[in-house]
Write a protein that binds this ligand. Structure first.
Ligand code: B16
Ligand code: MG
Length: 212
């Protein structure tokens, strides 16, 4: 790919598999509230902020709760989620992700994270990647979540590159839309089939090495 100097990675679903922990935490909350929740609904939460995720989880029950109660429910979910995060170690970073990141670093690309998660720094630290990236833009630094491009534009500006000189790697539809809205080239990771909105779809992160 021509004129690409920087690569911005989504975190959950690209660098690590914390999506399963999100599922378990939302499921525990939904069960306590007596609200139906399954993997299909969980799929709609990929890349979406915590409060917007809560609205999807509550669905038609949303109007039963006040704004304060919703803040408390989101905090409750986050405490459950964080109890799962506590078990993450550098051993949870897959060989494939580790090898890909180091190869891209050797090739001289600037590398950044663009994640909706407010737990990004904790997750990266526990994976042993706390100091690895040249820039980290996360949910604590933005006002608009994916599919708004804010988090990726922030990452690019922290790196000092223009969107046309960077690519975004995403697993979520909301993230691909955010990348395109920011005028980045968007690479979707999808193990089965094509992501119609991305510029290129790859089956797994290591395939990035072959297409750059
Ligand atoms: P938190 P990403 C996103 O991370 C997750 O995909 C999404 O499921 C989650 O709701 C969001 O972070 C907020 O996470 O509750 O930890 O702030 O895919 O943008 O890296
Ligand atoms: Mg993701």
């Amino acid at each position: 790919m021509n004129n690409i100097y920087a690569i911005i990675f989504d975190l959950d679903g690209v660098i690590c598999s914390t999506d399963q922990y999100h599922y378990l935490a939302w499921k525990a909350l939904a069960d306590r509230l007596g609200i139906y929740f399954d993997e299909e609904i969980n799929g709609q939460l990929r890349g979406v902020s915590r409060m917007e995720s809560l609205e999807i989880v509550l669905g038609k029950h949303s109007s039963d709760y006040s704004a304060e109660e919703k803040m408390a429910l989101a905090a409750e979910k986050n405490e459950i989620y964080k109890s799962y995060l506590a078990s993450i170690t550098p051993g949870d970073l897959s060989k494939e992700v580790r090898m890909t990141l180091h190869t891209l670093r050797q090739r001289g690309y600037l590398l950044a994270i663009g994640s909706s998660s407010k737990n990004t720094k904790q997750i990266l630290t526990q994976l042993g990647l706390g100091q690895f990236f040249d820039a980290i833009a996360d949910g604590t630094m933005i006002t608009k979540s994916k599919p708004d491009p804010e988090v990726f534009l922030l990452a690019a500006s922290m790196l000092g590159v223009s969107p046309e000189n960077a690519i975004v790697i995403e697993d979520a539809e909301s993230g691909i839309r955010a990348a395109k809205a920011g005028r980045f080239r968007a690479i979707g990771i999808k193990s089965d089939g094509n992501d119609p909105d991305s510029d290129i779809t790859i089956k797994s992160l290591k395939n990035l090495i072959d297409i750059l």
